[in-house]
Ligand binder design. Structure first.
Ligand SMILES: Nc1ncnc2c1ncn2[C@@H]1O[C@H](COP(=O)(O)OP(=O)(O)OP(=O)(O)O)[C@@H](O)[C@H]1O
Length: 929
């Protein structure tokens, strides 16, 4: 056929199909010819065009068929048949469909002849009902050999049809002559054993050949699950007509088409499918569509053989699915359901057929109920049947209550495996139905029983599913402990007595110290057996206590025999001399460290830099008056000569000797570290580290430095960038001395200078306010305790300079020990205790307040611009301030001491240690003096 005509026809068909679908969705029925006439003009034109194209295609096919026909006298009949077939075929029918068996055509025409005339959406050319099917010769004419079977089937069909007419639901009669023939031949072709001899009618060789080819082609379609281009729908139709069922899918398709065929006949009524479905099934040849239940339902509902089954066969309705499936497996369908027409048909075909057909679709879509076997009541009346059907397909009932009907020809395995369970479910349904039938007159009771009884049974069963959860609805009750009527305090007291009673049983009423009765341990006088035992114990000697080192090791988890160690220590003590004892203890301590796994940081392990070489030796400094370099340095600071103690201190530091300088405030202590720092830095790349306790003191040391002296400080008040800038300057050797706090050195991991790595060598370390090393630091600056140790071990410093203004001899000795000064007499530089510009006097006046006012108004202090009064107590300071403010007012009435701009008198208190002079005063006031 022409590809363009075919494509055009397909295109028009799609449009019409769409319109029909819309029509059905809108009117809930299939469009009729009147609807088409009332349709829009474009739809009518489309129908006309499509019919025209279809006619053209069919004419071409007919011509080709006529030319290929060998028998001339048979060509006319064949033409009519082909035309009839084309009316049933889809718009997509293809070439080659004319080569079909004559008997197939006859069978199709017979089926078509049974359909009532009904106006359809198609034209008369495509309406098979308008064809002259009566021209066909019938089954007996086409095949004389199958006459016997044809007669039987005709009789069967007429009988069934009559039964349907009695019910007012006449259906087309099916003929079953040719399927027998084909089935027989297929059996022979497959080499299977014949089961029945009833339909054993030979066919012609030509028919067999054609049919066999058709079957193989259809089977190949099933396997490929796709529609070949040369697929012949009519051939498949004939397969279905003859119940040649090559596996389920093909049968499924065939049955679907059969339904469509029936729809067009208009006799099926209740099971009419929409034309849209017909399009899908016919045009697209969808034998593989997922409508497995469709076939099964059709088998049950539409098969007139099933509907008109005899009671004998109805007894085996419960096995219908299984049998039907068996027939499917053997490629032969309905072997077991071919009725024995000799048996009486006692079952009310009308009711049975009507009910079964009515529920066809719901059964296929929902969980199906099995058909109850009511063998005892074979002659059930119509009402019972209706009641049975309503119970079977009561879709309002819970799903759990609905037994599942096995699918026909699809679930053989499931049926076989679930046979017992299905039987059980069927039995339940039978009971349900029985109840329903018995209580048919009761409208409410059967329904309630049917709806909830299975759920209750399931919930109460031990094998209930997870949908049923048993709730523990027991009511909790609380019972008070103790005796009845006992209150809470009484209960607690009772419990306490019980507890003490149990204790007394374990300890008894005896003193746990002496073991005697009559008293407790707190009143035990120690007289008794237990006391004697205690006294007999060896006293704890002091030697039994571990030493501090041993306690340290024991705290670290090192097991030690204290007695043994003590004995060894005693032996060593007696044997070794006093000079060697300290060295030995250190060795023992080292041994303990090794034993305890303590790794001490040694200088080598910390990569400590080597100590700085001295600027010159002490002998060289002492050989001459003042070294020229020192003299030049002094001049750089703007001084012509040293003050007292400055020279000695500077020369010792330049010689690498640790020194302690004790000079009064303003005595010139700063020069003693600044000058050596500059000289060291000029000689080699190094810097001097200055430890200062206060930030204000640091900044005071930095400000006012002479040109050429590079000093920097590093403290927490600086920003990170500033600190990094200072450290960078130190690393580059641009700083002669660096002032830091003691925490910056010995503050742990957070210290600014954790190591000397990447830093130039440290020439020496100056510790300002060095007395803090001895007495003050113990209270408020713990970092001073380990300052010199860290400097020695981490920075390799050997030369220290201690500066202080107040230090007694004992303090100086203690500080000198920290600094590693051995020769205190030489290393400690002392200046005059009182500066030359200070005058000390003592007043012994009884009225000290009056003497003070007189002294301030006297000639000695009248010329002083500023006066500082030191007091030892705060209340004394406040009292004196009030006294002076009221007593020393000027003539103008102004508060003499209240005017801070004049700063005549500043009263402050300073709590001094006993017998000591203050070493610091208010900086602001001092600067204003
Ligand atoms: N050799 C010197 N010749 C002249 N003046 C000096 C000399 N040494 C220091 N001075 C001056 O003495 C004053 C005090 O000096 P410096 O500040 O060093 O004393 P100080 O002992 O450090 O005081 P403080 O204990 O308050 O720190 C400074 O103004 C300084 O210029």
């Amino acid at each position: 056929m022409s590809g363009s005509s075919y494509d055009e026809a397909q295109k028009l068909k799609k449009n019409l199909k769409k319109w029909e679908a819309d029509f059905i969705s809108e009117h809930d029925r299939k469009p009729k010819k009147e609807d088409i006439d009332a349709a829009p003009q474009n739809i009518q034109d489309t129908y006309k065009d499509y019919n025209k194209l279809k006619r053209q295609i069919q004419e071409r096919l007919d011509k080709k068929t006529s030319s290929q026909s060998s028998e001339k006298d048979h060509s006319e009949e064949q033409h009519d048949q082909n035309q009839n077939i084309s009316n049933h075929s889809t718009p997509g029918s293809k070439e080659g469909e004319t080569n079909r068996d004559k008997s197939f055509e006859e069978e199709k025409q017979i089926n078509a002849n049974t359909c009532e005339n009904e106006p359809d959406v198609w034209s008369r050319e495509f309406d098979k009902k308008k064809n002259e099917v009566n021209k066909t010769t019938g089954i007996g004419q086409t095949n004389s050999t199958g006459k016997k079977s044809n007669q039987y089937l005709q009789k069967l069909s007429s009988k069934l049809f009559d039964g349907s007419k009695k019910m007012g639901n006449a259906r087309p009669t099916y003929r079953r002559s040719e399927p027998v023939v084909v089935r027989k031949e297929l059996k022979s072709n497959n080499g299977r054993e014949k089961k029945t001899d009833i339909y054993d009618h030979p066919i012609t060789e030509e028919n067999f050949k054609i049919k066999n080819e058709l079957f193989e082609k259809a089977a190949s379609f099933v396997n490929k699950k796709q529609i070949p281009t040369d697929y012949d729908s009519d051939h498949v139709i004939y397969h279905d007509k003859f119940k040649v069922k090559p596996k389920t899918n093909l049968s499924q398709f065939s049955q679907s088409f059969c339904d469509n065929d029936l729809n067009e006949s208009g006799n099926t009524g209740q099971v009419e499918k929409s034309s849209n479905q017909a399009w899908d099934e016919v045009d697209h040849m969808t034998p593989f569509a997922d409508e497995s239940d469709k076939y099964s339902s059709n088998d049950v509902s539409e098969d007139p053989v099933f509907v008109g089954k005899s009671p004998k066969k109805l007894d085996s309705v419960k096995n219908f699915n299984k049998k039907n499936e068996q027939s499917s497996d053997s490629n032969i369908e309905h072997d077991d359901f071919v009725p024995d027409h000799d048996e009486p048909m006692d079952v009310d075909d009308k009711s049975n057929s009507a009910n079964v057909r009515r529920v066809k679709k719901p059964v296929s879509r929902m969980k199906k109920k099995s058909i109850p076997e009511n063998t005892e009541n074979q002659e059930m009346n119509k009402e019972d049947t209706m009641q049975l059907s309503s119970n079977m397909f009561n879709f309002d009932a819970p799903d759990d209550d609905v037994p599942i009907i096995p699918k026909h020809g699809k679930r053989k395995a499931d049926d076989s495996t679930d046979g017992p369970s299905k039987k059980r479910k069927i039995k339940v349904v039978e009971e349900e139905n029985k109840d329903s039938v018995e209580g048919a007159n009761d409208d409410e009771k059967p329904k309630a029983k049917k709806s909830y009884a299975p759920a209750r049974n399931k919930a109460s069963s031990s094998a209930s599913s997870e949908n049923f959860v048993r709730l523990n609805m027991k009511i909790k009750t609380y019972k008070r402990k103790g005796k009845k009527g006992m209150t809470g305090p009484q209960m607690r007291r009772f419990q306490w007595k019980q507890k003490m009673k149990s204790r007394s049983k374990s300890y008894g009423d005896k003193c746990f110290k002496c073991g005697q009765e009559g008293h407790w341990a707190n009143k035990c006088k120690g007289q008794g057996k237990a006391k004697e035992e205690i006294d007999d114990k060896p006293p704890v000697l002091e030697e039994n206590f571990p030493t501090l080192k041993q306690a340290t090791m024991m705290a670290k988890g090192v097991k030690m025999d204290v007695q043994e160690n003590k004995r060894k220590a005693t032996v060593k003590k007696s044997e070794e001399t006093e000079d060697n004892q300290e060295e030995k203890e250190e060795e023992d301590f080292d041994d303990l460290d090794v034993e305890a796994g303590v790794v001490r940081n040694t200088r080598e392990q910390l990569d400590t830099p080597p100590p700085m070489e001295p600027f010159f030796t002490l002998e060289e400094s002492q050989s001459q008056d003042i070294p020229e370099s020192v003299r030049k340095g002094l001049k750089m600071f703007g001084y012509e000569r040293f003050r007292h103690g400055q020279e000695k201190a500077v020369l010792r530091i330049l010689s690498g000797k640790s020194t302690m300088v004790i000079l009064s405030t303003g005595g010139g202590k700063s020069l003693t570290y600044q000058l050596p720092a500059v000289l060291y830095a000029e000689k080699s790349t190094c810097f001097t580290l200055v430890i200062s306790p206060l930030v204000s003191l640091m900044e005071d040391q930095i400000t006012g430095l002479p040109p050429g002296v590079k000093g920097a400080c590093l403290h927490t008040n600086m920003t990170k960038a500033q600190r990094e800038s200072v450290m960078e300057s130190v690393k580059e050797g641009n700083v002669h001395f660096l002032l830091v706090s003691p925490e910056a050195i010995a503050g742990g991991t957070m210290s600014a200078l954790t190591s000397a790595a990447n830093l130039p060598p440290i020439s020496f370390v100056c510790i300002d306010e060095a007395h803090c090393l001895s007495e003050w630091s113990h209270n408020f600056r713990p970092s001073y305790l380990r300052l010199t140790k860290v400097l020695r071990e981490r920075f390799g410093v050997k030369c220290f300079l201690g500066l202080t203004a107040t230090a007694t001899l004992s303090t100086a000795a203690d500080v000198a020990k920290h600094l590693g000064i051995d020769d205190i007499e030489e290393a400690v530089v002392r200046g005059p205790p009182v500066p030359k510009n200070l005058f000390l006097s003592v007043s012994r006046d009884e009225n000290r307040d009056e003497s003070l006012i007189g002294l301030l108004q006297g000639d000695r202090f009248s010329n002083c611009e500023s006066i500082i009064l030191y007091c030892t107590r705060r209340d004394t300071t406040e009292r004196l301030a009030t006294l002076i403010r009221t007593s020393l007012q000027d003539q103008k009435g102004e508060n003499w001491t209240g005017d801070r701009t004049k700063r005549k008198v500043q009263i402050c208190y300073y709590i001094l240690p006993e017998g000591r002079l203050p070493f610091a005063i208010d900086k602001d006031f001092k600067s204003s003096c």
